[in-house]
Design a protein around this ligand. Sequence first.
Ligand code: PGA
Length: 254
Amino acid sequence: MNNRYVIANWKMNLSLNESVQLAKKINIRLMKEIWRRQVVICPDFLSLSSLSLAFSKSKLNLGAQNVFWQEQGSYTGEVSIKNLNQLNVNTIILGHSERRTILKESSEMINKKLKLVLKYNLNPIVCIGENKEIRDKGRERSFLKKQLKETLIDIRLKKNQEIIIAYEPIWAIGTGKNMPAKEVKNMLNYIKEEIANLYNKNIANEKFVFIYGGSVDTSNIKSLAKYSDIQGVLVGGASLKLNSFIKICKNILE
Ligand code: PGA
């Protein structure tokens, strides 16, 4: 089995000081755990350089919540992958639903970002997921199939590269309405089948990792951890609380 991952997405929730304090505490708590390399912390952009220093001696991974698809140039307000790379960021979240819906990011944009992330040999986490309306109509599978196809156009993976696909049903994000673990497993298996259709079974097994996000917390992590097909979790709200986050990591990575 591929490695499992726990990704903390702090979104825009913490002040600079709070980010550094939380990062330091996580660092101390995970210092001796061999699986700490499977934990990725994604703070807001302005906290990245402080966290880069805080993590310089530990094996915790630093991730970014977004990147622009051009390396540098006249792109007001955008974020350069070159600078993320210099800050020792090794993982980048792409196409989070909050960016797809609020900032109108399209799968075409995410596809361009994904190409750049792979060019720089960084680890991409590609988010996909349906909203409530689509789920109520029972169209989630065809929706995900389309999202995957558009996002992965012309994406080829080199040796040692992998893509993490984070399935995050929008109706489950930040709502406390998480999807039952068995249903998560079924959806991840469906996504894997679609990847196998786009590439082949071997590539789907070896080059892709399938994780879940959406109201993951200490009350549901145990049931999610039971299924080996659930290869990790993307955690928002619960990653802001030290004890909850450590408990989630332990439940799924130990
Ligand atoms: P949540 O957020 O855990 O607060 O639902 C998950 C996410 O948006 O990645």
